[in-house]
Each structure stands twice: as structure tokens, then as C-alpha cells.
Design a binder for this molecule. Structure first.
Ligand code: NZQ
Ligand code: ZN
Length: 387
């Protein structure tokens, strides 16, 4: 097992009707709240009205920033920071999926910084903690509700970069599965692909002995595989939505990677796709992951064979370790297909034109991953395999 430090200060309120506590929670931090949200899903499903009622019942003064897009832009972050500074905002309340949460994390950091928030991404400046941020999660996917990551696109430079810093944990997050009932099937699938990808990034590693991490990870993976058909069959299945929601949080609150060498190269390659083509994060991961698996399989064939057995219930009988590993990867790809995710770039309308540029950008800050360090030629080969 590797050495590690684990720290997670986010207070989580999970379950039906927990949304009702948002007014009182926010009021602890002051009177002025900046409500941030996306393109309007919360207006359609009634959550917006309910949140306003809860905030007003505590006499909160509500300011708003709407229109935060999927693959959130640094320009939205700048807008939010301007409101925080101009109006003397006491707390930001982010209501939405990972994009709204990530943008709001950087707004909270930027509200106390006298420079441009992109500086946090280029490492010109580090975020400082302390600006209160509450979240109401509406889509199970990123784990942003209980982690210290934020991924933002700089639309001018076509860069999609992450900040990973303990200063940006949300102060509290409300996870009410009912708020995910209205997520349409395609977004539900994107979210599930993302959750599985987070688990893969932390499961496939070179750490020799990690039985506890491996078994916890396999438990989350098998649970997702079991419950995915239920959420896709009936969006209002409370227990199924609850299982997927909590699985999403556990998949990336950094508990599962504690003690192992996680990889994350597939995520980094995916961010290049989204930065240029603006495709959904989960869809990009479903396309790249099986190809990354094939590319690195021979370094840890035993792990892929175990994955086939423990997660996909595949028998090793009559198979070499390598054949068992290959079967596990084939099963992963066919599962992505079964649930409706794309598994090739062609399916999302991306051709070979800019693969070289994406490979170059992906490694601009050094080789990716830990199972096998990936250089530009490796990333390019993986992207070509995705065509
Ligand atoms: O904008 P609205 O109208 O709210 O619609 C959103 C959006 O169109 C919709 N949606 C969300 N909740 C809904 C709903 N529609 C109906 N009912 C609801 N209850 O779903 C669409 C996608 O939303 P988005 O927030 O973009 O999705 P997701 O949560 O998957 O977030 C993706 C972003 O997070 C980043 C990704 O790169 C991407 O930019 N990530 C963040 C991470 C983190 N902070 O730890 C890690 C991840 O690996 C990932 O990189
Ligand atoms: Zn992800």
C-alpha cells in the first residue's frame, strides 16, 4: 500500500426532503447568497422555485448567475466573481450538475483573489480556502459535490484544465435523489459512464497489494452495473437513483484512491476532446477507456483478468490470463454500448483531423498516467484506436 493523506471537510446531507434545509444552512453564513445554475433544468423541474422559497423564508437576499454551460467556461466564472465582489456576497449556492458546481468552486476561490481566475489553472496563484459554498446536486456523475476538483474550459485557448486543491471543497452538499428524477436517459448514461470511469482510474494501478481498495472499488462497480437498468427503465425509481447518486459521490471523494497509485490518463485525454469538440465528458470516457485498457493491458494482465472475474462474473476456465484480460475489456466495451453510450469517435462525429493536436496538448505538462506513462505517440495511438 502507498502512503497517503486523506482529508474531506464537506458536510453531506443525503436523502428525500433534505433540500428543505438549504435556507437555514445558507443563513449561517450571512444574508447575501449568489444562486448559480445552468441552462434551465431546475426551472423546468420546479427545484428553482423551491430553493427560492427556502432561501426567502430565511430572509436571504438572492442574486443569480444562470446559463453555466456543460464543460463550463472561464467566462461564466469571471461573471460570478464580479457579482460576488460587487454585491458583497456571503455564500454561493450552486444548484446543478458537475459543471455548475465546478464553476462555482472557482468563483468562491476567485471572490477572494485580486487577479484572473485562470491563474489557478496555470498555477500562477493558488486558491485560498474559506469562502462558503453550498451545493444542491442534480445529476449523479462527477463527485464534485464532495471533492476538491474543478474542471474549467478556457474557450479562447481551447484548454480544459483542472484545479485540484483542498481550498475548493464545498462547505456543504445536499444530495436529494429526487432532484435527479428529471435527468433524461442520455445524461443519466453520461453520468454513469463518468462514475465508472472514475472507478477504473483508481482500480487499474501498479500498487502491488491493495485488497481493501480493490474490493471497495469492485463493490461500487458491481452495484452500478446492477442498478443502471433500473434508473434507465424508470427515472423516478427513488432507491435506484439514491444508489447511483451515492455511488457517484463515493467514486470520487478520493477515498478509493487512498493508498494506491491512481492513473487518470484517460480523463486527461478526454479533456482534450471536450476542449475542442465540446462533447459530453461521460461519452468521451466511454469511447476512450476500452482503448486505453487494451493499450496498457499487458502491463497488469492479472488485474484485468481479476476485473473480468470479480466485476463481470466471467469465468477464467480454459483461458490464459491474457485471454481473460481481453474478455474483460470486450465486456466493458459491450456494456457501454448496451447502456447507450458511444464507443467510437465516429459515432460522435469526430474524425482524424485534430488527433495529433490533441495528443500534443494532452502531454504539454508532462507524460500522463501511472500504469504506463503515456507520451505523445502513445496518446495519438490510443486516439487513433478510438476512431
Ligand atoms: O444546464 P442544465 O439546464 O441544468 O442541464 C444540465 C446539462 O445540460 C443537465 N441536467 C443536470 N441536472 C439535471 C439536468 N437535466 C434534467 N434534470 C436534472 N436534474 O445535464 C446536462 C449536463 O450537466 P453537467 O453539469 O455538465 O454534467 P456533469 O455533472 O456530468 O458535469 C460534467 C462536467 O464536470 C467535469 C467534466 O469535465 C464536465 O466539465 N468533471 C468534474 C469533476 C470533478 N469536479 O471532480 C471530475 C470529472 O471527471 C469531470 O472532469
Ligand atoms: Zn470524470
Amino acid at each position: 500500500m502507498e502512503n497517503f493523506a486523506f482529508y474531506n471537510p464537506t458536510r453531506v446531507y443525503f436523502g428525500k426532503d433534505e433540500t428543505g434545509r438549504v435556507g437555514k444552512e445558507c443563513a449561517q453564513y450571512g444574508k447575501k447568497v449568489l444562486l448559480t445554475y445552468g441552462g434551465g433544468s431546475i426551472k423546468k423541474n420546479g427545484l428553482y422555485e423551491r430553493v427560492l422559497t427556502f432561501l426567502k423564508s430565511e430572509n436571504m437576499e438572492v442574486f443569480e448567475l444562470s446559463g453555466i454551460q456543460p464543460n463550463p467556461r472561464i467566462s461564466s466564472v469571471r461573471e460570478g466573481i464580479d457579482i460576488c465582489k460587487k454585491e458583497g456576497i456571503d455564500i454561493i449556492l450552486a444548484v446543478g450538475g458537475g459543471s455548475v458546481l465546478d464553476a462555482s468552486k472557482i468563483m468562491a476561490a476567485g471572490a477572494r483573489y485580486n487577479g484572473d481566475p485562470w491563474d489557478f489553472f496555470t498555477k500562477k496563484a493558488a486558491p485560498t480556502p474559506g469562502f462558503p459554498l453550498g451545493t444542491i446536486l442534480t445529476l449523479a456523475a462527477t463527485g464534485s459535490e464532495m471533492n476538491h476538483n474543478a474542471v474549467i474550459t478556457n474557450e479562447e485557448t481551447e484548454e480544459k484544465w483542472a484545479v485540484v486543491n483542498p481550498a475548493i471543497f464545498p462547505t456543504f452538499s445536499i444530495l436529494d435523489p429526487v432532484n435527479t428524477f428529471s435527468v433524461p436517459p442520455d445524461q443519466t448514461v453520461n453520468g454513469i459512464c463518468d462514475i465508472m470511469a472514475h472507478l477504473f482510474e483508481q482500480y487499474f494501478h501498479n500498487t502491488p497489494e491493495s485488497p481493501l481498495q480493490d474490493r471497495m472499488n469492485e463493490a461500487v462497480m458491481t452495484t452500478i452495473i446492477e442498478y443502471t437498468p433500473r434508473v434507465l427503465h424508470k427515472g423516478e425509481d427513488y432507491d435506484a437513483r439514491a444508489v447511483i447518486m451515492w455511488a457517484g459521490t463515493l467514486a470520487l471523494n478520493h477515498l478509493l484512491e487512498s493508498g494506491v497509485k491512481d492513473d487518470w490518463s484517460t480523463h486527461n485525454i478526454q479533456h482534450e476532446l471536450s476542449a475542442i469538440y465540446d462533447i459530453s465528458h461521460g461519452a468521451g470516457l466511454a469511447i476512450i477507456f476500452p482503448q486505453w485498457m487494451k493499450y496498457v493491458m499487458d502491463i497488469i494482465p492479472h488485474k484485468f483478468a481479476r476485473f473480468g472475474n470479480q466485476v463481470w462474473n466471467l469465468s477464467h476456465d480454459g483461458r490464459t490470463e491474457r485471454e481473460a484480460a481481453q474478455a474483460a475489456i470486450d465486456r466493458t466495451k459491450s456494456w457501454f454500448k448496451e447502456i447507450g453510450a458511444p464507443v467510437s469517435l465516429q459515432e460522435v462525429g469526430i474524425g482524424p483531423e485534430r488527433l495529433d493536436e490533441m495528443a500534443e496538448k494532452a502531454v504539454s505538462r508532462g507524460p500522463l498516467g501511472s500504469v504506463k506513462p503515456l507520451y505523445k505517440e502513445d496518446v495519438l495511438k490510443i486516439l487513433q484506436m478510438c476512431l
